[in-house]
Design a protein around this ligand. Structure first.
Ligand code: FES
Length: 190
């Protein structure tokens, strides 16, 4: 029997016809594809399309706007039901990066320090709207600026959970940043 060629045309994926290898197609299976058009002013020599792979996350209801109290974080697990996926949902009372709701002040962040896994539960400081200092090496994260590091040893911000509001319901839709202990947020822990 003649050997199968490795080059195959993938089925139409979100409106895109793609010519990819079998290996690429298997990888693409778990993620979404986004097509971008780049203008020539960016040095790409005219309109060319570029594809970015975006991790796919579940859209999960995690709370309601009416039950959320100012500076009183609510715990939820996302995207998995394990310790490292423990997050806080906050109403900060002031507009924050990535905030949703009428006042754009509802945000959510992971509670495991991205440096070496220090537990940040119970370390929300409402006066300064920061999470921390971490009990291990004192890193503090600014919750109004996407969880960026304010001070301490961590070199990346605490992962932010992206949110959507629909009526009174709050949904988690994704994670910005790698959750501590994961090498890929999309790979479920064993
Ligand atoms: S583990 Fe949090 S600063 Fe090191």
């Amino acid at each position: 029997m003649a050997p199968q060629t490795e080059k195959e045309t993938a089925p139409d994926c979100q409106g895109l016809n793609l010519d990819v290898t079998r290996r690429q197609f298997l990888f693409i299976g778990g993620v979404s594809l986004v097509a971008l058009s780049l203008p020539s002013s960016l040095g790409f020599g005219g309109q060319q399309s570029m594809q970015a792979m975006v991790a796919a996350y579940p859209r999960t209801r995690i709370g309601s706007v009416s039950e959320l109290k100012l500076n009183d974080p609510v715990t939820f697990k996302y995207p998995y039901d394990n310790t490292f996926s423990t997050n806080y949902l906050y109403k900060l009372g002031a507009e924050a990066g990535g905030g949703v709701g009428a006042d754009k002040d509802i945000v959510a962040f992971n509670t495991i320090c991205p440096h070496q896994g220090g537990f940040l539960q119970g370390r929300f400081n409402p006066e300064n709207q920061v999470l921390g200092p971490c009990p291990l090496h004192l890193t503090t994260f600014d919750l109004t600026r996407h969880g960026m590091v304010v001070s301490g040893h961590a070199t990346q911000g605490v992962p932010q959970i992206t949110l959507e509001v629909e009526g009174d319901d709050i949904y988690a839709t994704g994670v910005l940043g790698l959750i501590y202990s994961f090498y890929d947020n999309n790979v479920a822990p064993a």
